[in-house]
Ligand binder design. Structure first.
Ligand code: UGA
Length: 452
């Protein structure tokens, strides 16, 4: 028997990883999606996307307790058969870069439809990243409009932001640093806290639960992603300073900065810039939101500009090293937005290709250990795709390291000399031993320029 039943409305990274982790700990989960293919896969125990440890967890559930994780095409049924509903739908970026709350709105309507027919208390938890005011003014209001039920009385309403990073979704779900609960009222928050006390047990000794109002919790998530993005742009700004002074190394500088107990050195890695489905989307969303309220953010504008300009900087460095790149073959090592994934959303490689093309450079070959296929969907015939590092370097006159995959980490100067026409290398992620490479081949790295 199970103590809790939860419907998870949305089956992306947050939704499916939570669903699997809950079911794994004997909570009954009814996930729901409108995508039939996805639902079938989940019901067959197959993860519809790659995420470390997810498939293993789903195999285990399928073998030992398949009844605890099911995926329905009918959200109303999923909601009616559970006590807690979690909204985990995506909140993509609109063309004008503001947040698109369309999926959240339609899910709130489905919850309203279900609650119309339910008399017992039901807890609704928003776990998608949403701008302040969404849980109360959109989700809560729509549910009441459709069901005539009242938040704080007939149903509970919480906002619980999610901090999991791709590639670590399962680990982050099982071992969060903290749990933030935004609550409409005391009962809503207490009900969710109780659920997490059951789910996390002893882990809560090292993981505080923070309770606050809905809007504060919504802003925590943006506070997090914006600060992480700011740290990266800050490191990149200093990498650009470092390149103004010979023999200064940004890696050492940020290590020195990060050892301050008030700072820490995580996300101070300078490079060709951040990408992924979250940072651009969220920084833009909160920027557009604050502007709509009469406060345009100068800080976040700079964070995005500095980030996206790193693509121009790395191409400048390549041209300083190898001369005019027109009519030369250029190699991109790594295309995904970070190692460990085939995700190409907002990847730095896209901006680098755009900059190369702008300068009339046509002969570009890319290679990524996992993302060649997704890159082709994104970049099409703008570049050619190599099946191996060797093939990617063949006849090339300049290589740009874009994504720091382990496979690239092991390359030695000789590998570049052996395969390339001229072994020019620009390290866009500070992956290589600077002193070794600068001695061996024509080499540049973000955040360090040595004088001979
Ligand atoms: C990010 C956050 O880390 C999560 O906490 C958050 O929950 C998630 O967004 C989300 O909002 O859903 P994610 O986008 O999966 O997670 O990936 P990160 O590991 O944060 O990396 C983002 C980008 O920053 C990558 O392109 C990476 O290469 C870049 N990065 C990271 C740097 O350029 N320098 C660094 O020092 C660290």
């Amino acid at each position: 028997m199970y103590k809790y039943s939860v419907s998870i409305l949305g089956t992306g990274f947050i939704g499916l990883c939570s669903a699997a982790c809950f079911a794994d700990k004997d909570i009954k989960v009814l996930a729901s999606t409108h995508n039939e293919k996805k639902a079938n896969m989940i019901n067959e125990g197959k993860a519809p996307f790659y995420e470390a440890d997810l498939q293993e967890m789903m195999d285990d559930i399928k073998a030992n307790k398949p009844e605890l994780l099911q995926c329905l095409l009918d959200p109303v049924k999923a909601i009616l058969e559970t006590d807690i509903s979690m909204i985990t739908q995506g909140t993509p970026m609109r063309e004008d870069k503001s947040i698109n709350l369309g999926y959240i709105e339609s899910t709130a309507r489905e919850i309203g439809e279900a609650l119309k027919h339910k008399d017992s208390y039901h807890l609704v938890v928003v776990r998608s990243t949403v701008v302040p005011g969404t849980a109360r003014n959109l989700v809560g209001k729509i549910i009441t409009e459709v069901s005539a039920k009242l938040p704080g009385k007939d149903f509970g309403l919480c906002m619980q932001p999610e901090f999991l990073a791709e590639g670590r979704s399962i680990e982050d779900t099982l071992k969060p640093d903290r749990i933030v609960i935004g609550e409409f009222d005391e009962q809503s928050g207490a009900t969710l806290q109780e659920f997490y006390e059951y789910f996390y047990g002893d882990h809560l000794e090292n993981c505080p639960i923070l309770r606050m109002n809905l809007e504060s919790a919504e802003l925590v998530k943006y506070g997090n992603n914006c600060l992480l993005s700011t740290k990266i742009s800050y490191a990149n700004e200093f990498a650009n300073f470092a390149q103004l002074v010979p023999n200064v190394d940004i890696v050492q500088v940020m290590k020195g900065v990060g050892l301050d107990y008030r700072i820490n050195d995580r996300f101070l890695g300078a490079g060709v810039g951040f990408g992924g489905s979250c940072f651009h989307k969220d920084v833009n969303a909160i920027k557009a939101w604050s502007k709509s309220k009469g406060y345009p953010s100068r800080l976040l504008e700079a964070v995005l500009d500095i980030n996206d300009d790193q693509a121009i900087r790395i191409v400048d460095m390549a041209e300083e090293l190898a001369g005019d790149l027109k009519n030369k073959r250029i190699t991109l090592l790594g295309l995904a937005f970070k190692p460990g994934t085939d995700d190409m959303r907002q990847a730095a490689s896209i901006r680098v290709v755009k900059e190369l093309k702008k300068r009339g450079i046509e002969d570009i070959v890319g290679y990524d250990p996992k993302a060649n296929e997704t890159a082709e969907i994104e970049l099409g015939s703008k570049i050619a795709y190599a099946g191996s590092i060797e093939q990617a370097l063949k006849d090339s006159e300049c290589a740009l390291l874009i994504t720091e995959w382990d496979e690239f980490k092991n390359l030695k100067p000789d590998d570049f000399t052996k395969h390339m026409r001229t072994p020019n290398l620009v390290d866009g992620r500070r992956l290589y031993d600077y002193d070794l490479f600068i001695k061996s081949i024509p080499f540049r790295a973000i955040g360090r320029i040595n004088l001979e």
